[in-house]
Design a protein around this ligand. Sequence first.
Ligand code: NAP
Ligand code: ZN
Length: 340
Amino acid sequence: MRAVRLEGVGSIALREVGKPSAGPDDLLVRIEACGVCGTDRHLFHGEFPCTPPVTLGHEFSGIVEAIGTAVSGFSVGDRVTGDPNIACGRCPHCHAGRINLCYNLIAIGIRRDGGFAEYVVLPQKQAFLLPKDLKPTHGAFCEPLGCCLHGMDLARIKPGSSVAVLGGGVIGLLTVQLARLAGATTIILSTRQASRRALAEELGATATVDPSACDIIDTVGGPSGLLPGGVDVVFECAGVRETVEQSMRLAKAGGTVVIVGVMPQGMKAEFEPFDLLFRELKVLGSFLNPFTHRRAADLIASGAIEIDKLISRQVTLEEAAAVIANPPAPGEVKVLVVPR
Ligand code: NAP
Ligand code: ZN
């Protein structure tokens, strides 16, 4: 079969490899779609630990082609999505229910072969059923949506709350939709690209801000801003220093900041501890998708999340390596690899 192999830092190529087979507890899944994520680009550039050679791709879904002898609850022909993050189940964090912090976490598409291929081997405990009539491309969004759901869970949004989302990539645009479903009545998205601001407004943002054209702190929380005093919950979904620093200044007193964006390791951001204390801000890190994959799949199956508008283009396995090796094109939200 064909698979997109990361062979070392800066080295990625489509290769012909042996078709894998399912072990006793595995499903062999024929990939229908697999999303390209910023993490794939970080892996290519050596900015995130992994163990090449490995087939990349951790946002995948497809059709069960074969099942292992110990598998139950799945049949050949089922459509499934895979939670790529395999926790060990035995370490202190797993025993405490914090599987995203597992000491022995192994991710499909990072530490073992993933979904930029014709087939992937998926342990049954990582597999979740999707409806047979779901669009084949939609299942690939369960993983990013699951990560956004964890951020939502941490934020504890109350109906009627105000929310700001910083960064209008796929994570920010999914978070806007979840905030709307959670009952937020004011949802402000900040991102520089006009096309993304327009899309966010279609998806439920009540206002959008171009942070390169204004002082966002003033525009949002200033005396004559959109919400004088700031917002209840800020989701930092850009992963840059500027937005991390803005997030704590945009939250109102007693408010919550959820850091979803990944800043490069070692990079620092400034905040004022006095402000954190005096205004009782809660600043929370949100990492991965603990126990959210089922809900993500159900949300996508229900049609409650707009997916089609997030798909910028679909590419073949032949085109995938170049997509990963290059920065995203302007305006692009999500590129899906669809093996043919
Ligand atoms: P993305 O497509 O790169 O989106 C982030 C967007 O933020 C950028 O495209 C950019 O859009 C915007 N941005 C950059 N600087 C900005 C600024 N100063 N002010 C406002 N917006 C700014 O990435 P993504 O896939 O949506 O992911 C977002 C972040 O979440 C990444 O850091 C990713 O690594 C992280 N992530 C975290 C988890 C987790 O478990 N916590 C899971 C998945 C992804 P404009 O050009 O329009 O400004
Ligand atoms: Zn563990």
